[in-house]
Design a protein around this ligand. Structure first.
Ligand SMILES: C[S@@+](CC[C@H](N)C(=O)[O-])C[C@H]1O[C@@H](n2cnc3c(N)ncnc32)[C@H](O)[C@@H]1O
Length: 209
């Protein structure tokens, strides 16, 4: 698993206060390795933590991400120099510029509010991850895909002292993320059921550790 070293690397960079959590990176790595993922779209590349992680895998994935902020756009090219093969990596300023097809994995770590685009970019098997607590976007995805299977995943570990999210007093648990499985077939129902049990056990354990 590569997510730990990638999180540590990006924790030290300028702009790290907005990167995805270590737990979300672990979730992304697991989904890409376990599910049949070939194409990925991310709302909000930031300083490129996620495409860097994806580029570190042995297999190649077609990735497109949005980023409009100038600081991040400069960081994009610095942080991925020599790592990313341009054949597999596409940066666009805004999702309205997207010309590609439907994707297997959609990562939401930036703002948008467009049901039509969601329907355009997702197929019946797409998995959507919403990083952290983006309730507006979670609600939009739920109403756009009312038959999808929804899970909120939480971690049991706390932020390490190198993490941008570490706090000396009352150090919080690493933040969670949401998963939507658009295909509500039997296998996905089973996965969703297991996730629900896991999350409910973790909520209970959080009170005693
Ligand atoms: C939370 S940060 C993303 C962090 C990134 N995923 C990472 O792990 O390094 C959100 C980013 O999304 C970008 N963003 C937000 N809304 C956007 C939009 N509508 N179009 C393009 N970029 C957007 C912001 O500039 C910001 O850099």
């Amino acid at each position: 698993m590569k997510y730990k070293s990638v999180f540590k690397k990006f924790s030290k960079l300028d702009g790290s206060q907005h990167i995805a959590s270590e737990f979300a990176l672990k979730g992304i790595e697991t989904i890409i390795r376990v599910e049949n993922i070939k194409t990925i779209f991310e709302f909000g590349i930031g300083i490129r933590t996620i495409p860097y992680l994806i580029a570190s895998f042995d297999k190649k994935y077609v990735y497109t991400g949005t980023e409009s902020n100038n600081f991040c756009k400069n960081a994009l090219f610095k942080n991925l120099e020599g790592v990313i093969d341009n054949q597999y990596f596409n940066h666009i300023n805004d999702y309205s510029e997207y010309k590609g097809g439907k994707v297997d994995f959609l990562i939401v770590d930036g703002s948008f509010n467009d049901e039509i685009f969601l329907k355009k970019i997702c197929h019946s098997n797409t998995i959507i991850m919403v990083e952290g607590d983006r309730s507006d976007q979670r609600d939009l995805i739920s109403s756009t895909f009312p038959n999808s299977l929804y899970n909120f995943k939480i971690s049991l570990y706390k932020n390490k002292d190198f993490s941008p999210f570490y706090a000396k007093e009352n150090n919080p648990f690493v933040s969670g993320y949401s998963i939507f499985r658009l295909n509500n077939n039997f296998i996905n129902k089973l996965k969703s059921f297991i996730d629900k049990i896991e999350t409910s056990i973790r909520y209970k354990l959080r009170k005693i550790i």
